[in-house]
Design a protein around this ligand. Structure first.
Ligand code: CU
Length: 147
């Protein structure tokens, strides 16, 4: 007389476990929504400085080589500066401004390539550097005073 009772208990436990696993799978759609939201927030951050339409107050020509920059002046006027950047070396190089949240003003480009961009600077002291490998510590760094 006990067996029918045990079978019923086992059935009840199985249903209970199935219900638990259903709850677990219910979390998947929520995770996807979170990922989609994160992708959405990245889009505005890719805006280019050229879109701000600021008047270019000075144009500088910067040359990158292993392992130094040339053409980065010690002082610049405040405002929008155009940077014509040439990689005259063989290794890839870029140009990053530390005080702008390590903004990569010029992307990493191969040796022999060139790239132009504008950057808007308020008065202050800025560090320009190359973020590739250990280039910064090997000398690809310059301090610019903007006033
Ligand atoms: Cu470099």
């Amino acid at each position: 007389m006990r067996r029918p009772f045990l079978l019923a208990l086992a059935a009840a436990l199985t249903v209970g476990l199935a219900a638990c696993s259903d709850d677990g799978s219910g979390e998947a759609p929520a995770a996807e929504e979170t990922a989609a939201e994160q992708e959405g927030t990245q889009a505005p951050g890719t805006g280019e400085d050229t879109a701000d339409g600021g008047e270019v107050v000075e144009t500088i020509t910067v040359t990158a080589e292993e392992m130094s920059f040339s053409g980065i002046p010690e002082t610049l006027p405040a405002g929008t500066v155009r940077i014509d950047f040439e990689n005259a070396g063989r290794a890839p190089h870029d140009l990053v401004v530390e005080e702008l949240g390590d903004e990569q003003v010029i992307p990493v480009i191969d040796g022999g390539a060139s790239e132009s961009a504008t950057v808007t600077l308020e008065p202050g002291t800025y560090t320009f550097y190359c973020s590739v490998g250990n280039h910064r510590s090997m000398g690809m760094e310059a301090t610019v005073t903007v006033d």
